[in-house]
Every structure is written in structure tokens, then in C-alpha cells.
Design a protein around this ligand. Structure first.
Ligand SMILES: [Zn+2]
Length: 587
């Protein structure tokens, strides 16, 4: 058989309410492979957790030229077939009833096909072209970035396995829209119910893609698809080379903030079309689908994307600098209050994502921080350092443009050293200290200092000093125990900040507080009863640890929490103003 004979995948759904896809894979005669292994992915790129999708496979059968041949199961992911080089057909069912951007889904109304949870790969044949035949119920529409085979309606092609599973498919009665921008056709498909003003959503998307494209000097594709799932609750996004999936709360478009949230998610996933899909660590494509793919660069691929999404929206005019700075102040207050932010270096947080960030233990908040969150602040910091070094002229966007030109566009993967070299060349200065202290070290990110240097007015206030707010309420925020509570009716301890009064009193994760100073409390009243007492006062706490009632007492201290506000400083020096104007484009 010529090497170009494709692997043929067929997906039927004769009984959508069973949530089972009927999948067949036809492997052509491969004389050099008398023993054929079939491997089912353990994870899906972009979502760094082992999910063992093979747990949803049923009724696997293997045949050759119409006759059953035995298959041997080797482990949770692998089946082995002795084919003697003959063609093999594998048929199986996949239960698909998890609604997320990274899993397949089927019900009577719609289907979402995510290739890593549907398709076997044949080791050694990953670059063999693939054909995908879909057999949806009558009347269903189809949306995918996979190119259709000319002259067919239900047949799509992919250059190899990576491309096949990187082109999710939405099927059903979705609404479909399209617009052209800079020579690229953008398609938008939305499934589910939404109260969004679609005209506004599409106009916003058009401005967003334009701003992102301008940053790189054009789009790296002729066609790009946004698959939007309008669901009861939002569920994040997932990037692909020529499409992305966005799970949003469909009926939440009640205010401007909802559109801003949508734009942020869309900008994030769209920026990934460059950062991580094309500008990427070597281990992030081609992928090993059978196990963890360890990268130390998720702070860059995810955290810096998180930062750049706002820069894109600012440039698109979809976010005002005032709103951006307001959000930034609120986010910094949350980040700066995270006890685990300076325990583990960003590069290490990235490496450990598989076993820590996505399988968080009770103490996660105290011992770690998300590389999205910290990576975003590290991105802002690097942008400001570069702006300062270049009198505002160049910053992080130029680093991305440079890496796109030198690596992404040429299909060359990047390393941490390449990122540093690109940044040093943009800033015309050494950045050794930045990378060793903030990426490979655990130094506190000096964001407030650098925001001042960028011409901002920076203020940190104790909640008890907040002006213009209810004075009784603010006074009640002065005392602090160091406790946070889980959602639910009972006052179950979610976290105890190390060395806080609650920590010293011996309280721990999952303790259920039932009384404060002999007053019964639940989740809705525990913080209020603690707030009845001020700094220096001793509080008696009764709690259940498992089934045993215990008591302890703790002495509240003055809250270390701060409210941060960042605003344009009209009196900033000309040097600082230049940094700010380069960063925020003219403000
Ligand atoms: Zn992302």
C-alpha cells in the first residue's frame, strides 16, 4: 500500500440518546506491521491532565476482510492485533456524556466530537493522512475547521493524527455565522440557548481578531472557526490550530461585564493560535498521547497568554484603560493575598501541572499558585521592564512578534533560552535577573513598583481604611483569623493560612465550625460572628473534626489584607508617561 493510503475513521450516531458514538477505524494493509498496536489517548493537548479516555470504550471488535480476528488488550490504552499485514477494521462505541471543551458529547440535540476521546492512533503511522466520515442524524449541521473533501458533504480530511484530533466537530442545529478579516474567513458556530446580542458578539470578535492579527502581521490560516457552547454555566475554552472551543454561560449576557468576559475568553483562546499552537515548546507537538508531556513553559504559553488577552482587547477598543486598571487592582489584591505565590518557581509549577494544579490537594493554595495567574503578572512585569528599557517603544508584543518570525512561522519549537533571547533583543539589555528571580526563582513580583514606574498612581489600603464605604462595615473587617470556607451550608474550613491565628489555634482543612463564642454558626454567619470581634480579641471556636466536637480559641490580629487601586497618574514624569503610553497605547 502506498504511504498515502489514509486511515479512515467513521463516526455514526444511530441512537443519540444512548450518548454512544459508533466509531470504526479502517487501517489499510501495512505489510511492514504484521502486529498492529492501537493506542487510545490518555489526555488532550491544551488540558494538562491524564484523563484516560479509553474508560469510555465499549464493544471493541476487530475484523480483517470481513472476518473477526482476535485482539489482545495490553494495558489501559493499548490493544494489539495480529494482522499479518492485512487491512484491519476496528469498531467500538464511545460513551460521550461529559459536556466540556475537552471531552466528546452526544445527546438527542447535538454532538461534539473531540478527537482525543474518540479516535485510536496507530503508533508509527501518526503522519499518515486521515479521512473522517460523519453520519449525523438527518438535518444536523456540521462545523469543523477540518477541510471537507471536495464534492462531499460529510467527509473531512486531515494531514495526520495530530491534525485530526486538533479539529473538533460540532453537530446539531447550531447557528452559524461568518465574516472575513484580512483575507481570512472566520466562522462562528453557536450551540445552545443564549440571550447574547449576536450582532454585538460578532462585531466584538471581528475587532478582537483584527487586533491580534495586527500584532503578528497577519493570520497564519485562511479559515478559523470559533465553536461556542452556550451552556447553563461557563466552562472555559480550549485552543486548536485553526479553531477554538468556548464554553460560556449562554443566558448570562445581562450586562457589559458578560461581554467583557466573553471577549477575554475568546481573545485568550485566539492568541493561542500563535502562542502554544505555533510558538511552542518542543514537547507540545507532535504529542505523546500516552502520558504526561512535561513542559517548563506553561507560565509563558498560558500565563503570558492570560496577560496578552487584555492587551489585545485594549488595542481592539473592547476594554478601556480605566476598566483594565480597575480589574488589575482587584486581581492584584487577590493574587497578593495568596499564601502559596512565592513557594515554587513558575517553571516548576508548569512542570508539575499534571499532578498538582490539576489534582490539587487541600494545601494547594498555601503551597502553590496557578501558572495562569502568576504567569499573567510575570508577563505584565516583563512588558513594563521592556517598556522602561525602550522609553515605552517596545514591550512584550514585540517579543511575541519576534518569536513568531524566528520560530513559529518556520515551524521551529522554542526553549526558555529562546524566550529570554527574544526579550533581551527587544529590550536591548540583559534580563538574567528577571528570569532567575521570577521564572526560575521565587522572588515576590514587584508589580506595584513597576506600575508606579509606568506612570500609575498606586495605592494599597487596609479594608478598614477604605474610603467612601460603610464605616461600620469597614471597621468590622479589621480583625483577621486567616480562615476561608468552602461553599455549602456548613461552615467547613477550606483553607487556613500558615501562621495565621487560626493556624496557631490548630484549625485545619475540613474542620466544621459550629459555634463562635457560643453562638451557633453556619456558612452564611461564621464570617459575621468572627467580624463581631476586633484585632486583639480572643474568640472561642467550637468545631467538629470528623465526628468529634472540639473547641479552641484564637486571638484575632489586624488584617494583612489590602485593597489595591491602580489609576493613571496625571502628574507622572515624562519618562514614566512614555512607558505608560507605550504600554497602554496613548494613555
Ligand atoms: Zn489557555
Amino acid at each position: 500500500m502506498p504511504a498515502s493510503t489514509p486511515l479512515r475513521y467513521r463516526v455514526a450516531m444511530p441512537e443519540p440518546s444512548s450518548h454512544e458514538f459508533h466509531v470504526t477505524l479502517q487501517v489499510p494493509a501495512l505489510r511492514e506491521r504484521p502486529v498492529l498496536d492501537l493506542v487510545f489517548p490518555a489526555w488532550t493537548p491544551g488540558s494538562y491532565m491524564v484523563r484516560d479516555f479509553s474508560r469510555h470504550i465499549y464493544d471493541l471488535q476487530t475484523t480483517s476482510n470481513g472476518r473477526a480476528i482476535p485482539s489482545e488488550r495490553l494495558d489501559k490504552l493499548r490493544w494489539r492485533v495480529v494482522s499479518d499485514g492485512r487491512p484491519v477494521q476496528v469498531s467500538y462505541r464511545v460513551f460521550a456524556f461529559e459536556q466540556s471543551v475537552r471531552t466528546s458529547f452526544l445527546d438527542q440535540d447535538r454532538a461534539f466530537l473531540s478527537g482525543t476521546s474518540l479516535f485510536f492512533l496507530v503508533p508509527g503511522e501518526e503522519s499518515r493522512p486521515c479521512l473522517l466520515d460523519l453520519e449525523p442524524p438527518a438535518g444536523w449541521r456540521m462545523s469543523t475547521a477540518l477541510p471537507a473533501v471536495r464534492g462531499t458533504r460529510h467527509r473531512f480530511r486531515a494531514a495526520g493524527y495530530d491534525a485530526l484530533v486538533d479539529g473538533p466537530v460540532e453537530m446539531g442545529l447550531q447557528s452559524m455565522y461568518a465574516f472575513r478579516q484580512g483575507g481570512t474567513r472566520f466562522e462562528v458556530t453557536i450551540a445552545g440557548s443564549t440571550n447574547a446580542d449576536m450582532a454585538r458578539l460578532l462585531a466584538d470578535l471581528r475587532r478582537m481578531v483584527d487586533a491580534a492579527g495586527a500584532l503578528f502581521g497577519g493570520f497564519p490560516f485562511d479559515r478559523y472557526l470559533f465553536i461556542i457552547h452556550a451552556l447553563p454555566e461557563r466552562g472555559g475554552g480550549l485552543e486548536h490550530a485553526c479553531s477554538c472551543t468556548l464554553d460560556i454561560a449562554g443566558m448570562a449576557f445581562e450586562d457589559d461585564k458578560a461581554y467583557q468576559r466573553f471577549n477575554e475568553l475568546a481573545a485568550h483562546e485566539f492568541f493561542h493560535a500563535w502562542n502554544v499552537k505555533r510558538i511552542r515548546d518542543q514537547v507540545l507537538g507532535p504529542f505523546d498521547y500516552t502520558a504526561e508531556n512535561y513542559t517548563r513553559l506553561l507560565w509563558f504559553h498560558e500565563g503570558f497568554t492570560e496577560y496578552m488577552q487584555a492587551i489585545i482587547l485594549l488595542r481592539a477598543g473592547l476594554l478601556t484603560p480605566e476598566q483594565y486598571l480597575k480589574d488589575l487592582g482587584e486581581d492584584w489584591a487577590k493574587y497578593a493575598g495568596r499564601p502559596g505565590r512565592n513557594v515554587t518557581p513558575l517553571s516548576e509549577l508548569s512542570f508539575e501541572a499534571w499532578i498538582k494544579q490539576y489534582k490539587p490537594a487541600d494545601n494547594y493554595v498555601n503551597r502553590a499558585v496557578s501558572y495562569y495567574d502568576k504567569g499573567k503578572w510575570a508577563g505584565l512585569l516583563l512588558d513594563l521592564v521592556l517598556r522602561q528599557a525602550t522609553q515605552g517603544r517596545r514591550g512584550l508584543p514585540q517579543v511575541f512578534r519576534r518569536l513568531w518570525q524566528s520560530h513559529g512561522r518556520r515551524g521551529r519549537s522554542i526553549t526558555a533560552a529562546d524566550i529570554r533571547a527574544a526579550a533581551e533583543s527587544v529590550g536591548s539589555r540583559s534580563l538574567g535577573a528577571y528570569f532567575s528571580r521570577f521564572i526560575d526563582g521565587t522572588a515576590e513580583l514587584p508589580v506595584p513598583t513597576w506600575l508606579r514606574r509606568a506612570g500609575l498612581f498606586v495605592q494599597a489600603r487596609s479594608p478598614a481604611q477604605a474610603e467612601g464605604e460603610d464605616r461600620v462595615k469597614t471597621r468590622r473587617q479589621r480583625g483577621w483569623a486567616g480562615l476561608s470556607f468552602a461553599a455549602g451550608e456548613a461552615a467547613a474550613v477550606k483553607n487556613v493560612i500558615p501562621d495565621s491565628p487560626a493556624w496557631q489555634a490548630g484549625l485545619t482543612f475540613r474542620d466544621e465550625i459550629v459555634a463562635v463564642n457560643d453562638h451557633q454558626v453556619d456558612a452564611s454567619t461564621v464570617a459575621k460572628r468572627l467580624a463581631d470581634c476586633g484585632p486583639g480579641q480572643t474568640v472561642t471556636v467550637a468545631f467538629f473534626r470528623q465526628e468529634i466536637l472540639r473547641t479552641t480559641s484564637l486571638r484575632l490580629v489586624r488584617t494583612p489584607e489590602r485593597k489595591w487601586s491602580f489609576a493613571i497618574d496625571p502628574a507622572a514624569s515624562p519618562t514614566r508617561r512614555r512607558v505608560r503610553q507605550g504600554w497602554l497605547r496613548g494613555f
